[in-house]
Design a protein. Structure first.
Length: 76
Protein backbone atom coordinates (compact mmCIF):
# COMPACT_ATOMS: atom_id res chain seq x y z
CA UNK A 1 0.00 0.00 0.00
CA UNK A 2 1.21 3.47 -0.89
CA UNK A 3 0.43 6.68 0.97
CA UNK A 4 -1.36 9.44 -0.96
CA UNK A 5 -2.36 12.95 0.09
CA UNK A 6 -5.70 14.38 -1.02
CA UNK A 7 -5.88 18.16 -1.01
CA UNK A 8 -9.43 19.55 -1.08
CA UNK A 9 -10.21 22.98 -2.54
CA UNK A 10 -12.91 25.53 -1.80
CA UNK A 11 -14.82 27.44 -4.48
CA UNK A 12 -12.01 30.00 -4.65
CA UNK A 13 -9.47 27.31 -5.52
CA UNK A 14 -7.70 27.41 -2.15
CA UNK A 15 -6.65 24.30 -0.23
CA UNK A 16 -8.91 23.98 2.80
CA UNK A 17 -8.52 20.36 3.84
CA UNK A 18 -6.06 17.49 3.65
CA UNK A 19 -6.64 13.75 3.97
CA UNK A 20 -4.11 10.95 3.76
CA UNK A 21 -5.17 7.66 2.24
CA UNK A 22 -3.42 4.33 1.71
CA UNK A 23 -4.14 2.66 -1.62
CA UNK A 24 -2.70 -0.17 -3.69
CA UNK A 25 -2.55 1.83 -6.94
CA UNK A 26 -3.05 5.22 -8.57
CA UNK A 27 -6.45 4.23 -10.01
CA UNK A 28 -7.62 3.20 -6.56
CA UNK A 29 -6.39 6.50 -5.07
CA UNK A 30 -8.27 8.37 -7.81
CA UNK A 31 -11.47 6.45 -7.11
CA UNK A 32 -11.23 6.93 -3.34
CA UNK A 33 -10.55 10.66 -3.72
CA UNK A 34 -13.60 11.13 -5.98
CA UNK A 35 -15.81 9.31 -3.46
CA UNK A 36 -14.42 11.55 -0.70
CA UNK A 37 -15.03 14.67 -2.81
CA UNK A 38 -18.61 13.63 -3.57
CA UNK A 39 -19.25 13.20 0.17
CA UNK A 40 -18.00 16.75 0.83
CA UNK A 41 -20.26 19.10 -1.17
CA UNK A 42 -18.66 22.21 0.33
CA UNK A 43 -15.42 21.36 -1.52
CA UNK A 44 -15.03 22.04 -5.23
CA UNK A 45 -11.96 20.03 -6.08
CA UNK A 46 -9.36 17.51 -5.04
CA UNK A 47 -5.75 16.96 -6.02
CA UNK A 48 -4.07 13.66 -5.19
CA UNK A 49 -0.32 13.49 -4.68
CA UNK A 50 2.06 10.67 -3.88
CA UNK A 51 5.15 12.37 -2.55
CA UNK A 52 6.15 15.00 -5.12
CA UNK A 53 4.19 13.31 -7.94
CA UNK A 54 0.79 14.63 -8.91
CA UNK A 55 -1.49 11.64 -9.52
CA UNK A 56 -4.88 13.18 -10.23
CA UNK A 57 -6.86 16.39 -10.00
CA UNK A 58 -10.60 17.01 -10.31
CA UNK A 59 -12.22 20.43 -10.10
CA UNK A 60 -15.91 21.24 -9.99
CA UNK A 61 -16.40 24.95 -10.72
CA UNK A 62 -19.09 26.79 -8.79
CA UNK A 63 -22.29 27.42 -10.73
CA UNK A 64 -21.95 30.43 -13.01
CA UNK A 65 -18.15 30.32 -13.14
CA UNK A 66 -16.33 30.82 -16.43
CA UNK A 67 -14.69 27.89 -18.19
CA UNK A 68 -11.11 27.38 -17.11
CA UNK A 69 -11.66 27.80 -13.37
CA UNK A 70 -9.31 27.89 -11.47
CA UNK A 71 -6.47 28.67 -13.85
CA UNK A 72 -3.83 28.98 -11.13
CA UNK A 73 -4.46 25.48 -9.77
CA UNK A 74 -4.60 23.81 -13.17
CA UNK A 75 -1.22 25.31 -14.07
CA UNK A 76 0.40 23.97 -10.90
Amino acid sequence: MALYKCYFFNEGGHIVNLAEIACASDPEARQVSIVMLNKRPKFHGVAVWQGERKVFAEFIPPVGTAIGWPRAIEAA
